[in-house]
Design a protein around this ligand. Structure first.
Ligand SMILES: Cc1ncc(COP(=O)(O)OP(=O)(O)O)c(N)n1
Ligand SMILES: Cc1ncsc1CCOP(=O)(O)O
Ligand SMILES: [Mg+2]
Length: 220
């Protein structure tokens, strides 16, 4: 089977503190998309529904121009609304408290990308795979400025999770100096907030991360 484009590479995640208004958010995401992303996630933990709809719809259009799927963090209803508005390549990322894969699939359609947080636990990955997740996200692997409270995960998990046959995402404190480590350990996708949006010039940051990601993993 030919793997879809989105199953390997860099996965950028937005942050409302780093990208605090529409102009910053859209220009940083455009720059990151130009640098070369496999996926972009809209992660906004506010409860401002009007802002979330406005920003997510604009990002969905921008992602479509680059043929990159947009993943909505936490919010199946927002993803469903975007899909109803014609944004077909919109998926969702679910944490352990964010709802069930089968319900998300029912609302969003069978081909939708539904990613699941598995922290550092293979039994969560096993369950998510059985429920029909599209990818399994593990982490955090390093200290994270964005989410310092995230529980730590061990790198060996990435190799062990190969048996589920789904793209493995590594997240948490990943930057230019450690991205090759998670790739070598088996990550198919590498997710990052701060390393992409935590400073100037997301396009160069993404290009540099992609350059370092290009080394083949030991298990592929
Ligand atoms: C790709 C990816 N992996 C993990 C997470 C974390 O999801 P969750 O555990 O639900 O925590 P919040 O992001 O909602 O704070 C993620 N968002 N994306
Ligand atoms: C959402 C999330 N879940 C685990 S770590 C993390 C934050 C990742 O951000 P950063 O790449 O800045 O560590
Ligand atoms: Mg969540």
């Amino acid at each position: 089977m030919i793997e879809p484009e989105w199953t390997r590479g860099l996965y950028a995640i937005t942050d409302e503190a780093l990208l605090s208004d529409d102009q910053r958010l859209f220009s940083a995401c455009d720059a990151a998309l130009r640098g070369g992303l496999a996926l972009l996630q809209y992660r906004d933990k506010s409860d401002d529904g009007e802002k979330r709809w406005r920003q997510a719809s604009e990002l969905a259009a921008r992602c479509a121009a680059f043929d990159v799927p947009l993943i909505i963090n936490d919010d199946v209803a927002l993803a469903a609304r975007l899909r109803s508005a014609g944004h077909q390549r919109v998926g969702v990322h679910l944490g352990q408290q964010d709802g069930h894969v089968d319900e998300a699939r029912y609302r969003l359609g069978p081909m939708t990308i539904v990613g699941v947080t598995c922290h550092g636990r293979l039994e969560l990955a096993e369950r998510a795979a059985a429920e029909g997740a599209s990818y399994l996200a593990f982490g955090r692997f390093f200290a994270s400025r964005t989410k310092p409270s995230a529980s730590p995960a061990s790198l060996s998990l990435l190799g062990e999770a190969k048996r589920f046959g789904l793209p493995r995402v590594a997240i948490g404190g990943i930057a230019a100096d450690n991205i090759a480590t998670v790739r070598q350990a088996g990550a198919d996708l590498v997710a990052a907030v701060d390393a992409i949006f935590g400073g100037e010039d997301p396009e160069s940051r993404v290009s540099e991360l992609n350059r370092r990601l290009a080394a083949p993993a030991l298990d592929s």
